[in-house]
Structures are given as structure tokens and as C-alpha cells.
Design a protein around this ligand. Structure first.
Ligand code: GSH
Length: 226
């Protein structure tokens, strides 16, 4: 019988969707091998990695020869293939549809707006040596406000997690995006008690894995404080 290769995950800890996939793998105990790909060293542009993912992005998984990109597809695949506890990605059609609804929405909303703030406040000044463009940052923060309002008024209107009473893949993807501006010491949930309470619930559901996977982001935050 042909031997099965262990599942490999290619990731960078500064990549929000990578962190979501890594947390899921560690938290659910799916056996895997972790392969860091340092974006800041351009390792994602190496011929070897480009062969694996011509889009030159992380995360990627390789499961016994099956290569998959895109965090949402990866998380759904892992939950289904490895029979993880049902609360992550429920089978009941309406519950599942609500998780899918969030995951379809988040790319152009939560991800887009939080990443923009992080890029303007942290990445651009580092890459160009120029100070933060305050006008652009103010605009990005005001656009982000609308997205945070929707999280509170729609997704968390009458339930503890984004899609119901238990944590799902939606919460996992969301928390990793919402944490990103913290790298520049900006807590975008500050002054939003409803979202802070949700973050606390998600963090305690994820346990130590959450802080482990965010360790690099915390280091950046600490440097930004100096
Ligand atoms: N839609 C993709 C996004 C992947 C993505 O944009 N990854 C970024 C890091 S967060 C990346 O690898 N960027 C490298 C580049 O674009 O050069 C997903 O959800 O997995």
C-alpha cells in the first residue's frame, strides 16, 4: 500500500489567512507539518514555491499531493475531510449557509479594510521610509468603521459568535483579520464593547494557540510602542 504523505501547510505568521489556517490545524489536532514561507524575504517568489502556487501567495496546503490555495477553501476542505467537530462548519444547511455568508462577505469588507489600515500605518512607512500618510489613514479608518458597525449590528446582533451560539470558521477568519492593525499598536476594537466581548469569547475558545500564532504580531506591536 502506498504510504500517505503528511499534510503540509505553507504560511507566514504576518498573513491573516495563514494564521486562521494554522490555528485551525493546531486547535483541531489535524496532523500536519508546518512550512514557514517568509514573505519579507520574498520566499513566496522562489521557483520552488511558485511551482506549488503560481499565485505566489500563502496560505497553501498540500495534502498527499493535493494542493489547495485560498484560506476559505482550505478551511472548508480541512473541516470536511478531517471530520472536525461540527460546530466549526455545521452540516445543517441554514447554519452552514450563515457561515458561508460571512466568509463570502469578509474578503471585500473586514479583510479589505483592516489590511488597508495595517498597510498604511505599518508596511508603507517601513517599505518607503516615509511617514504615515495621515489623510489616507483617516479615510481608511472611517471606511473601516462601516464594516465594524455591520459586525455589531448584523452578525453579532443577538448571538455570541458571528454565526450563532458557537465558534465557527467565520469567527476564526474574522479575528485574524481584525487583529492585524495591532501590529502597528492600533486596537481597532477599542471603544467597541460588543466586539471586545466577542474577541474575548473567541480567544478563550481558541486557547493558547491563539497567542502562539499571534506572537509575531505582538512582537511588532511591542516594537511600535518603543
Ligand atoms: N484570498 C487569499 C489571500 C491570500 C493572500 O493575499 N496572501 C498574502 C498574505 S496575507 C500573500 O501571500 N501575499 C504575498 C503577495 O501578494 O506578494 C486567501 O484567503 O488565502
Amino acid at each position: 500500500m502506498a504510504s500517505r504523505l503528511p499534510l503540509r501547510v505553507y504560511y507566514d505568521l504576518l498573513s491573516q489567512p495563514s494564521r486562521a489556517v494554522l490555528i485551525f490545524l493546531r486547535r483541531t489536532g489535524i496532523p500536519h507539518v508546518e512550512k514557514p514561507v517568509a514573505l519579507r524575504k520574498n520566499e513566496h517568489r522562489s521557483p520552488e514555491f511558485t511551482k506549488l502556487n503560481p499565485m505566489q501567495k500563502v496560505p497553501v496546503i498540500e495534502d498527499n499531493g493535493f494542493v489547495l490555495t485560498e484560506s476559505v477553501a482550505i478551511l472548508k476542505y480541512l473541516a470536511t475531510k478531517y471530520n472536525t467537530p461540527l460546530f466549526w462548519y455545521p452540516q445543517e444547511p441554514m447554519k452552514r449557509a450563515k457561515v458561508d455568508e460571512y466568509m463570502a462577505w469578509q474578503h471585500a469588507n473586514v479583510r479589505y479594510h483592516t489590511a488597508k489600515v495595517f498597510i498604511l500605518e505599518m508596511l508603507m512607512p517601513r517599505m518607503t521610509g516615509q511617514p504615515v500618510d495621515e489623510m489616507k489613514l483617516t479615510k481608511a479608518l472611517s471606511e473601516l468603521k462601516g464594516t465594524l458597525d455591520i459586525l455589531e449590528s448584523m452578525f453579532l446582533k443577538k448571538q455570541p459568535f458571528l454565526c450563532g451560539d458557537e465558534i465557527t470558521l467565520a469567527d476564526l477568519l474574522a479575528i485574524c483579520e481584525l487583529m492585524q492593525p495591532l501590529g502597528a499598536d492600533r486596537d481597532i476594537l477599542k471603544d467597541r464593547p460588543k466586539l471586545i466581548a466577542w474577541r474575548n469569547r473567541v480567544q478563550s475558545a481558541l486557547g493558547k494557540t491563539f497567542d502562539d500564532v499571534h506572537s509575531f504580531l505582538y512582537q511588532l506591536r511591542n516594537k511600535a510602542r518603543l
